[in-house]
Design a protein around this ligand. Structure first.
Ligand code: AMP
Length: 564
């Protein structure tokens, strides 16, 4: 096989042993071959895997397309070469706007190889949101699916320079404008024989990726994570969770969601295969249960809500026979009832409750016992802090509170983000320094230390919520709805129940304005990803107020419970 050809079918990989040439070639790209147990940066982590296991399958996608570590390294090198030729340099940002596929993984490694940071955006969200995020990050280039390029360019905020594009796949839509003349087709990029540039130096504090999360003022905020931040988490995972070497790792979370860091990079650290799960499959619990069985998954990681549905809807017998060795969940509380069902199906699997905002990556963890007591009704704790991070629980004045008393969890250490991209105003709100000069991040989460530095989760201080593991600032939904001319006031509340989280928007309209549910929903779908669109919309004459004349969210919450 030509080493520059596109990803192959999985079936071919078994019969077509990759050539030694790939391995030899790879040596040229590796610049840190020390035996140090710890990789110097994410590029080094990947290079080590590629050098150790060039012939092992590194990634498989849903359509059974795959690439070995050696091939992925070659693709990454070609992408880095093109990006460097376009002037992408250390510290620059490069966007990803494409569904999960082998090319996307290669692009991530290529961007890192160029010394740049990757900025993945949700390809299923409205293009205006994706374009706004990529423009905010001032990306120099975007790796984009061919059939999304035209809408991304149309939505690009003006003024502002357009980035260069690497275009993946073909566009079937004949009505779209042709790709710009300075864009490059993926196949041409990987077939290009131009010599590789010298690898850009990477320092631990260099930016590796920016993950945009919902912002309370309506503008998503970019969490900047460095190589050091990511490696701190990856090292902890390898030591504490002991994922199987050469194992098969699921990749359920989209790349713009921080759970994907585990899937993409811990699999590399263990020389394993990452199995990409696309958007449609990721929401279909019955098909996911079959996927776990058919693809012999060793390590599963997702939000609890989808695991609960897999346990409820999947075929119990086949799931039990194909139990993954390691099952991780994070992002929201796992209620005890569905967790008990999952445990009964997979009694021997190692299960962990992982906790952490994108800003700190996973920062506490709790191993779920093999037996869940039948009398237990409370969710399990979020657990102890992950070394080498530190955790404290503080009150409103920043003083430590004793065990047993609720306070805000604050985190410090090398896993904590650099800050929000271009938002020093937000940084100053979430970071503070103690007398010793240590920088602490305020998680906004309320916890109680049980006396053994094991924390239980008691909710949020603010209006951030979780829905199916997605982080949502209710303020972002309000600000999208406010952009409708006829809206006078809007307040959005969320309620959690057995069937998950429901979002309700309460609106008052300007005098004589039409109350159109369709107009509100349409506006939301133009500006927000599907999971943020309110489940119900209620028009009121006036919003209830507290005695201090603020919107009474508590009363609205009660009203929402009564209306759903
Ligand atoms: P994200 O930035 O999307 O990872 O969301 C982070 C937030 O999700 C945290 O600040 C918590 O509010 C919530 N969260 C994350 N993991 C857990 C968990 N294991 N249990 C309860 N809440 C969690």
């Amino acid at each position: 096989m030509d080493a520059f050809s596109p990803p192959r079918e999985v079936a071919d990989l078994a019969t077509d042993p990759p050539t030694e040439a790939i391995h030899d070639n790879l040596r040229d790209y590796v610049f840190d071959e020390s035996d140090s147990p710890r990789a110097a940066n994410l590029r080094d982590l990947f290079d080590r895997a590629a050098l150790r296991e060039p012939n092992r399958v590194a990634v498989e996608d849903e359509r059974n397309r795959a690439a070995t570590y050696g091939e992925l390294a070659r693709f990454a090198d070609r992408i880095a070469t093109r990006l460097s030729r376009w002037g992408v340099d250390r510290g620059d940002r490069v966007g990803l706007f494409l569904p999960k596929c082998v090319e996307g993984v290669a692009a991530i490694h290529g961007i890192l190889r160029a010394g740049a940071a990757y900025v993945p955006v949700d390809p299923t969200a409205p293009p205006a949101r994706g374009a706004g995020i990529l423009a905010d990050a001032a990306v120099k280039a975007v790796v984009v699916a061919a059939d999304r390029l035209a809408e991304l360019r149309r939505a690009w905020p003006s003024p502002g320079p357009e980035p260069r594009f690497i275009v993946v796949g073909a566009n079937e839509n004949a009505d779209d404008e042709p790709i710009p003349p300075d864009a490059a087709a993926w196949d041409d990029v990987i077939a290009d024989l131009a010599p590789s540039p010298l690898p850009a130096p990477i320092a631990p504090a260099d930016l590796a990726y920016i993950l945009y999360t919902s912002g309370s003022t309506g503008v998503p905020k970019g969490v900047m994570l460095s190589h050091e931040n990511a490696l701190t988490f990856i090292d902890w995972c390898v030591r504490a969770l002991d994922p199987p070497a050469g194992g098969r790792f699921s990749s359920h979370a989209p790349f713009h969601f921080d759970l994907s860091i585990f899937d993409l990079f811990v699999s590399c650290a263990r020389g394993g295969t990452v199995l990409l799960i696309g958007e449609t499959l990721s929401k279909d619990p019955t098909a996911l249960a079959r996927f776990i069985v058919d693809r012999s998954i060793d390590v599963w990681y997702s939000a609890p809500s989808i695991l609960a549905l897999i346990a409820e809807r999947g075929d119990r017998e086949s799931l039990a026979a194909a139990a993954p060795r390691l099952v991780l969940f994070a992002g929201e509380v796992f209620p005890i009832k569905p967790l008990r069902v999952l445990r009964s199906i997979w009694p021997e699997s190692t299960l962990w409750n992982l906790y952490g905002p994108t800003e700190t990556n996973v920062c506490t963890a709790f191993p779920i016992p093999r037996m869940i007591a039948p009398t237990r009704t409370d969710p399990y704790p979020i657990g102890r802090v992950c070394a080498p991070l530190s955790a404290r629980v503080i009150d409103d004045e920043g003083r430590d509170v004793p065990p047993g008393v609720q306070g805000e969890l604050v985190i410090s250490g090398p896993g904590v983000m650099r800050g929000y991209f271009g938002r020093p105003d937000l940084d100053s709100r979430v970071f503070f320094r103690d007398q010793d000069g240590v920088r602490w991040y305020r998680t906004g989460d309320l916890v109680v230390d049980d006396g053994s530095t094991c924390f239980t989760f008691h909710g949020r201080r603010d209006r951030m919520i979780k829905k199916r593991g997605y982080r949502i600032e209710l303020g972002e939904i309000e600000s999208a709805i406010y952009r409708l001319d006829d809206v006078e006031r809007v307040a959005v509340v969320a309620r959690s129940g057995d069937s998950g989280t429901t979002i309700t928007a309460f609106l008052t309209m300007k005098p004589d304005a039409k109350k159109s549910l369709i107009a509100v929903k349409r506006r939301c779908s133009e500006l927000l990803p599907a999971y943020m669109i309110p489940d119900s919309i209620v028009f009121l004459g006036d919003l209830p107020k507290t005695s201090t004349d603020k919107v009474d969210y508590q009363r609205l919450g009660a009203l929402a419970s009564a209306t759903i």
